[in-house]
Design a protein around this ligand. Structure first.
Ligand code: HEC
Length: 155
């Protein structure tokens, strides 16, 4: 009898999964996939770099060179990077990254807010707005590093 009961329970469980009602009592907990260092260097930094490298101008030997994209594809790539950084703010709140439940979350949310401005600027193909949003992103990176990295240096 015992095994039959177990079997029925398993069957009921499978049915629940199939119907999708299991999710309400799911034990799945989102968690970091690696170290904070990995999150920074493999996920956040490349995307933020793309934003910073796509706004304003640089001075070269040949003179001033605009960095803003010149094609729709170029702007779309910036939109993509801004989405990565924006979602990155959410990801930083995951267990395994979040250093605390206070200021860390504020910085993470600030990152998302600034990156959403960058995304809108890229959607509008607005170089100046993108430059400003890039500055805001930079300030959030620095602020969090100043607080959480003991030897705060360059990003
Ligand atoms: C919520 C806090 C927080 C935010 C926001 C944040 N970082 Fe970090 N970052 C850290 C912490 C903590 C470390 C140290 C990780 C370690 O080494 O364990 C770090 C380390 C880094 C490193 C490695 C530093 C080194 O000396 O090698 C890079 C690169 C980096 N972050 C880039 C960025 C960029 C770019 C942004 C913004 C787009 C950013 N981070 C935003 C917390 C943050």
């Amino acid at each position: 009898m015992k095994w039959l009961k177990a079997k029925i329970e398993i069957l009921a469980c499978l049915l629940l999964v199939a119907c999708g009602t299991q999710s309400e009592q799911s034990t799945i907990e989102p968690a970091a996939t690696g170290s904070t260092y990995q999150m920074m260097t493999e996920y956040l930094e490349p995307a933020a770099d793309k934003i910073w490298d796509s706004a304003g101008a640089i001075i070269t030997i040949e003179g001033e060179q605009d960095l803003q994209p010149t094609t729709d594809e170029g702007w779309a790539a910036v939109v993509h990077s801004a989405s990565v950084v924006a979602e990155g703010g959410n990801l930083l709140m995951l267990k395994g990254y979040a250093a605390d439940q206070a200021d860390w979350l504020e910085y993470a949310q600030g990152l998302t807010r600034a990156a959403l401005k960058a995304r809108q600027a890229a959607l509008d193909q607005d170089d100046e707005a993108l430059f400003n949003a890039g500055g805001e992103i930079y300030n959030v990176c620095r602020a969090c590093h100043n607080k959480y990295i003991v030897e705060a240096g360059e990003i």
